[in-house]
Design a binder for this molecule. Structure first.
Ligand code: ADP
Ligand code: ADP
Length: 226
C-alpha cells in the first residue's frame, strides 16, 4: 500500500485541449477516493495519468516513494480495473488471472496461491477453467477485479467499473467492492458518475469541474452542504 500525492498536475492534449489543471491532492495510505463530476470534466484523464497510460503535461505524481513521471508503467505497482473488463477472450479465467503475473516472472506456485485466494474472495473458484464468454457480466467483472487483486498492487484505479452492469447487479457489486476495500485496505481512486456508488464507497469525494477540483470532502460534507 502507498500514499498518492498529486502536485500541480495538468494535462494538455496534443490538439491543445486543456483537460486538467492545477490538481493538488494528498491521498493517504489505504484511503478510498472517489472522483466525480460531469462528463468531460477530466476524470478519466486524471486517472490515466496516475496509471501512466497518459503522459503528465505538468506537475508531479508520486505513489509511495516513486515519482510516476519517471517510472516505467510496468514498475508502478498499480492495477487498473476498466468498465469493459478487458479480459482475454481466448484464455481461461485462470490464465487471465495469471497473465500479468507470468509477465512479471512471479513463481508458478506463488501465482497459483494468489489466484486461489482471490478466486475464493470473489467467489469465482468454480469458473477458473471457463472462457470469459461463458460468464455473466457480473462474473466477468469479478474476474477483472481478480486480475487487479492478484497483482497485490500498491494502489487500485477504477474507471467506472460497474457502469456496464444492470442496476441490480451494480448495487450488489458495489457492496462487494466495499467489502473488498475493508478487507484489503488498498489505496484506491475510483471514477464514477453514480452518486450512490460514490456515497457508499468514498472515504473522500473529489468533485472535478472543467478540469479543476471544485470540492473535496466526505460524502456527507459534499452532498449535504447547506
Ligand atoms: P471525463 O472522464 O470526466 O468524462 P475526460 O478525461 O475523458 O473526461 O476528458 C476531459 C477532456 O479532455 C474532454 O474535453 C475530452 O474531450 C478531452 N480528451 C479526452 N481524451 C482526449 C484525447 N485522447 N485527445 C484529445 N482530447 C481528449
Ligand atoms: P497487466 O495485467 O500486466 O497489467 P494487461 O495485459 O492486463 O497486463 O495490460 C497491459 C497494459 O494495457 C496495462 O498497462 C493496462 O493498463 C493496459 N490495458 C489493458 N486493458 C485495457 C483497456 N481495456 N483499455 C485501456 N488500457 C488497457
Amino acid at each position: 500500500m502507498a500514499s498518492i500525492t498529486l502536485e500541480n498536475i495538468a494535462k494538455v492534449y496534443p490538439g491543445g485541449t486543456r483537460a486538467v489543471s492545477d490538481i493538488n491532492l494528498d491521498i493517504a495510505d489505504g484511503e478510498f477516493i472517489v472522483l466525480v463530476g460531469p462528463s468531460g470534466c477530466g476524470k478519466s484523464t486524471l486517472l490515466r495519468m496516475v496509471a501512466g497510460l497518459e503522459t503528465i503535461s505538468d506537475g508531479q505524481a508520486r505513489i509511495g516513494d516513486k515519482t510516476v513521471n519517471t517510472v516505467e508503467p510496468a514498475d508502478r505497482d498499480i492495477a487498473m480495473v476498466f468498465q469493459n473488463y478487458a479480459l482475454y477472450p481466448h484464455m481461461s479465467v485462470y490464465n487471465n488471472l495469471a497473465y500479468g503475473l507470468k509477465n512479471r516472472k512471479t513463481p508458478k506456485n506463488e501465482i497459483d496461491r494468489r489466484i486461489r485466494a482471490a478466486a475464493k474472495m470473489l467467489e469465482i473458484e468454480q469458473y477458473l477453467e471457463r472462457k470469459p464468454r461463458a460468464l455473466s457480466g457480473g462474473q466477468r467483472q469479478r474476474v477483472a477485479m481478480g486480475r487487479a487483486i492478484v497483482r497485490e498492487p500498491k494502489a487500485f484505479l477504477f474507471d467506472e467499473p460497474l457502469s456496464n452492469l444492470d442496476a441490480k447487479l451494480r448495487v450488489s457489486m458495489r457492496g462487494e467492492i466495499k467489502h473488498l476495500q475493508k478487507r484489503l485496505g488498498t489505496t484506491s481512486i475510483y471514477v464514477t458518475h453514480d452518486q450512490l456508488e460514490a456515497m457508499t464507497l468514498a472515504d473522500r469525494l473529489v468533485v472535478l469541474n472543467a478540469g479543476r477540483i471544485e470540492q473535496i470532502g466526505t460524502p456527507l460534507e459534499v452532498y449535504h452542504k447547506p
